[in-house]
Write a protein that binds this ligand. Structure first.
Ligand SMILES: [Zn+2]
Length: 434
């Protein structure tokens, strides 16, 4: 048995610091810089070799967003804009409100043209944005499909974006009902947001392997949050776990080199991890650099850990032996995992693109509804769950990276997953170009 040195109180303390004392940390923001400095000085205090990897990110500033009820004249209601949708004119965009239920004819058809659509669907996946946009509404107010929950901050309509967007907002279920009950006929909308290039940085701490220093295992989690959101579970929890693992291994040592990386700008673009893998690839064949992708054996992604009332899941992109090890370890430690050999869209994706096998640990369940909302606060974290998953990761790393005489996994990603990941990359690239 591996004796764990992990201290769950420290992990919790980092989560509190990142999500409460610093608060929202959208990429490129002041909060983002404070979080980067906090993690950087913590890594330095452990005596590890630490460096920053600067990178460019697409940032957005939300200057104004409002939904005003103008007929009958009432006040305004809170709105949650979809950030990839276009701005309204500065003076706002007003129009006639029209209720549409569902995404199918005849409720949804040419009659919506030039209307501001108040849109209700039974679940998030039943909002077919492309279909509605095809009928050219003037703007969209989509009613969040669950009661009692604030809508999520979304960068885009869905993972693919939409082709002909109009100013679009989520409003709460309760406000949707309020508009209907008041018989609202006209609204005026304001959306003024601005995209710009900004910088952020990955924070990297390295512990040199005492036997195989050229063999590198990366343990990472992003430290940014979406705008206005404390991001305690997504992903102060993962970043805090990376920090604690760095402390533990700085004491314990490792046969192989361990790199602890707090990734920048995962939300809305996987900017940090993409840059990390891109630089590795650029260094291939460049003899001046010692770190080449071939030396990167494995990646462990930590995103959203330790939440209450859920279940652990593990996404694997690697040879079948990885699955066998994760399964056996889950059983041995009594930390059950739902295990999938599938793609997960967090910072592990660029590693899959780079041909580096990886696992992504993520805790799922009902609290996922709170992610990317203002309700993603530290009270969603359960100390005992943190302890369990901490023990799991620590044991996995100790037995494979830190202490195994022979590294147990081939450096291979199944063809099917590599292709799936490649397709996602193509879609993302074409979206970025458009
Ligand atoms: Zn995340």
């Amino acid at each position: 048995m591996v004796r764990s040195l992990m201290d769950v109180e420290r992990i919790y303390g980092h989560i509190e610091h990142l999500s409460i004392h610093i608060g929202p940390r959208p990429k490129g923001s002041e909060g983002d810089k404070k979080a980067a400095n906090y993690i950087h000085s913590y890594f330095e205090s452990l005596g590890l070799k630490v460096w920053k990897q600067e990178l460019e990110v697409d940032s957005v500033s939300l200057n104004n967003h409002k939904v005003e009820i103008i007929e009958p004249l009432l006040d305004e209601i809170p709105s949650y804009p979809i950030l990839s949708s276009p701005n309204t004119p500065e003076a706002g965009l007003s129009g006639e409100l029209m209720l549409v239920e569902g995404s199918k004819e005849p409720q949804l058809g040419p009659n919506v043209e030039d209307k501001i659509v108040l849109w209700s669907c039974t679940s998030r996946s039943s909002f077919k944005w492309e279909t509605l946009l095809g009928y050219h509404p003037r703007a969209i107010l989509a009613i969040w499909p669950s009661r009692g929950i604030k809508p999520k901050h979304y960068f885009s309509y869905d993972s693919l974006g939409a082709s002909d967007p109009v100013p679009s907002f989520w409003i709460t279920w309760e406000d949707g009902l309020r508009l209907l009950k008041a018989g609202v006929k006209k609204v005026r909308l304001y959306l003024r947001r601005e995209w710009y290039k900004d910088t952020s940085c990955n924070i990297i701490a390295e512990l040199k392997g005492n036997r195989y220093p050229d063999k590198i295992i990366v343990i990472g989690g992003h430290y940014d949050s979406v705008p206005d959101v404390p991001g305690a579970t997504d992903n102060a929890s993962g970043a805090a776990m990376v920090m604690e693992l760095a402390r533990v291994y700085a004491q314990r040592g490792s046969m192989r080199t361990l790199r602890f990386v707090a990734f920048a700008g995962e939300e809305g673009g996987l900017f940090g991890s993409t840059q990390y893998v891109k630089e590795l690839s650029a260094q291939q064949g460049d003899k001046a650099h010692k770190i080449q992708p071939a030396k990167h054996l494995f990646y462990v992604n930590l995103d959203t850990l330790g939440t209450v009332l859920g279940f652990n899941s593990c996404y694997i992109a690697g040879p079948s032996e990885v699955k066998a090890v994760v399964e056996a370890l889950s059983r041995e430690l009594g930390v059950p995992h739902q295990i999938k050999e599938a793609i997960n869209g967090s910072d592990n994706l660029p590693f899959t693109w780079g041909g580096i096998p990886n696992i992504a640990l993520v805790r799922k369940g009902p609290v996922l509804e709170s992610i990317h909302t203002e309700e993603d606060t530290v009270d969603l974290i359960d100390i005992n769950q943190l302890k369990q998953i901490g023990k799991f990761i620590d044991t996995f790393l100790t037995r494979t990276a830190a202490r195994a005489e022979v590294w147990p996994f081939e450096r291979r990603i199944p063809e099917k997953l590599a292709k799936e990941a490649g397709d996602i990359r193509q879609r993302l690239d074409s979206k970025r170009r458009s």
